[in-house]
Each structure stands twice: as structure tokens, then as C-alpha cells.
Design a protein around this ligand. Structure first.
Ligand code: GLN
Length: 309
């Protein structure tokens, strides 16, 4: 595979799915409903630091649930994969990302760090003597992954803060079951801030690329995550990265990925590259329709499914 193959694969996928009008912007966070639905960008960053992009690759959007894949690195590095698995888990819930049913059915255990319950429990494990210290740790880690500090989208943060009573309920349920490790209201606020961080699809591909490059950011050459934790993090993404449609995704790609209701999806091709796509309209599971279709197409074109021989 050469550079032209990658650029041509992303441009072909962009052209193929730009006209697709399936799906709708997330509306349970009112601000996300206002983002132009036609935005569509794709980017690739290889482990050697080569960057490819097409479409709206420099437009900022809210990272939302994709943040869970990077905060997981911070906590995994801090407490180790064994403890993370004991405290949070490593199994799919089979339920939507914000399910209370999944929690109740498992004695209050969140099951994995990529659903809202497990992600908030993971934020509650971030070290720091107060909220601002925890936040500083999160921001530092995200800057290492992106190669520069990220900024909050203030409108999305305000909008999500005004409408996140469901997440507050989940956090308090976790707390009552003994699966929360810091003050619930404070942690929900920090989780909401984290989900409101703005990224571009290029940032997202850079962030994913550290997972394809032994934990080192291939553009800045700074460490982003300990190499020894990458396999476990990618195992979590493989099981649950696209919520309760992860099986459908895996069937077609064989790769770990993470989506967010802001319309972004990033997939990691171990030891090779990360591919990111962004477009706001979502399917019923909360995954971007254009982004998912484009990624599947690119993976197929470039022959990147590791399960295919
Ligand atoms: N911040 C969003 C929430 O907690 C993230 C959900 C998502 O992207 N799936 O609902």
C-alpha cells in the first residue's frame, strides 16, 4: 500500500457516502442538533506520522463518547489493566450506551468503560485531590494524544449540563452499589466537560494513531499511553466501541473502534494507522451513518481487516 492508495481510498469513500441522507443528528443534547448535517470529513494518520485527509477535516466537533477511549488510557496507566477490569469490567452490555437496565441487571456493575456508566466510573478513578486537579490530569492526557491542548465547546457543555439528569442518576446508582470512586455530581460535571471537548477529524486520527504506534504520538513523538496497556484498551474497543452495534461493525471490519454522538468514529489498525471519520447524522444506536459506512469502505478497499486472510 502506498500513499496514493490511502488518499484515493478516503476520497472514494467520501464521494460514495457524501450524498447519503440516512440518520439524524443527536437531539437529546440540544446543541448537537444544530450542527450542519452535511459536514463530512475523513483523516488517516499512519504510525510513521503521515497525515491524509479529505472533506471537512478541519471542522471542530464535540468528541462525546470517543473521549472514553482516551480517558481509559489515563486510568489504565494509573491503576493497571487488572484493577481496571475488576473495578469496571470488560464485557459488552448488549444494551444502549446510557442503559440503566444493564446496570441493575448486573448488581450495579458497569461492565465496561465505554458505556456511560463505566465511563463515568472510570473518570471517578482519575487521580487528583480535587475536581480541578482531576480535570488537569484529563486535559494533560488528551493533549498528549492530540499533540496540542483541546478546548471545550462551551455551547455543547452548557447544553449537555442542562440536560444530563439521566447521567447523574446513573452516577448515583453506581455510587450506591459501591462502583463509584469520587463525588458523583462533581464527576458527572467533569465527564460532561470531557465529552464537550472539540476535536477535528484530523485530531481524532492523530489521537488514535498513538494506539497504533506503541503508545507514542507519531507526530510529536511524545508518550500518550503505556505500551503494556494498549492490547487491553483495544480489547475494550473491540467489544464495545460502537455500543450495541459493535458486533455488526466487527463482522465487517475486524477492528477496534470508538464512536461518539457528535458524529465522530475512530478505528485503529494495530501497528499501522488510525482512520477517523466525522459526520453528524446518527443511526438508532448513536453511530454516525456516513462515518461508519466510509470507514467500512476504506478498510475493505485497503484490505485492513486483520481477521481476513
Ligand atoms: N456525553 C454523551 C452522554 O453522556 C456521550 C454519549 C455518546 O457519545 N454516546 O450521553
Amino acid at each position: 500500500m502506498n500513499k496514493n492508495d490511502i488518499q484515493s481510498a478516503i476520497e472514494t469513500a467520501h464521494a460514495k457516502f457524501a450524498g447519503c441522507t440516512d440518520g439524524a443528528n443527536a437531539s437529546y443534547i440540544p446543541e448537537l442538533a444544530k450542527v450542519p448535517s452535511t459536514l463530512f470529513g475523513i483523516a488517516v494518520v499512519t504510525k510513521d506520522g503521515e497525515v491524509f485527509s479529505t472533506g471537512d477535516a478541519d471542522t471542530p466537533f464535540a468528541i462525546e463518547s470517543i473521549s472514553k477511549a482516551f480517558n481509559l488510557a489515563l486510568v489504565m496507566d494509573q491503576i493497571g489493566s487488572k484493577t481496571l477490569r475488576e473495578k469496571i469490567g470488560a464485557d459488552p452490555t448488549g444494551e444502549p450506551f446510557n442503559s440503566v437496565l444493564a446496570l441493575v441487571a448486573h448488581g450495579g456493575r458497569p461492565l465496561n468503560p465505554l458505556v456511560n456508566a463505566g465511563a463515568m466510573a472510570t473518570v471517578s478513578l482519575v487521580a487528583g485531590e480535587n475536581g480541578e486537579a482531576v480535570w488537569a490530569n484529563i486535559m494533560k492526557r488528551f493533549a498528549a494524544f492530540a499533540g496540542h491542548p483541546l478546548k471545550i465547546n462551551d455551547d455543547v457543555y452548557a447544553s449537555e449540563s442542562a440536560t444530563n439528569s439521566h447521567n447523574k442518576g446513573i452516577a448515583w446508582l453506581l455510587d450506591s452499589a459501591g462502583y463509584f470512586y469520587n463525588q458523583p455530581d462533581m464527576i458527572v460535571d467533569l465527564y460532561t466537560r470531557m465529552c464537550s471537548l472539540n476535536i477535528t477529524v484530523k485530531d481524532l486520527a492523530v489521537m488514535g494513531a498513538s494506539y497504533a504506534n506503541g503508545g507514542v504520538n507519531p507526530l510529536t513523538h511524545e508518550p500518550a499511553v503505556q505500551r503494556e496497556n494498549i492490547a487491553e484498551i483495544l480489547a475494550e474497543l473491540t467489544m464495545s466501541g460502537l455500543y450495541d452495534s459493535t458486533g455488526d461493525w466487527l463482522y465487517r471490519t475486524g477492528l477496534p473502534a470508538k464512536s461518539g454522538v457528535g458524529g465522530g468514529i475512530v478505528t485503529i489498525v494495530p501497528n499501522r494507522m488510525a482512520i477517523a471519520a466525522f459526520s453528524p447524522p446518527l443511526d438508532k444506536y448513536g453511530n454516525s451513518v456516513r462515518a461508519e459506512n466510509a470507514l467500512i469502505d476504506i478498510i475493505e478497499t485497503l484490505g485492513l481487516n486483520p481477521l481476513k486472510s
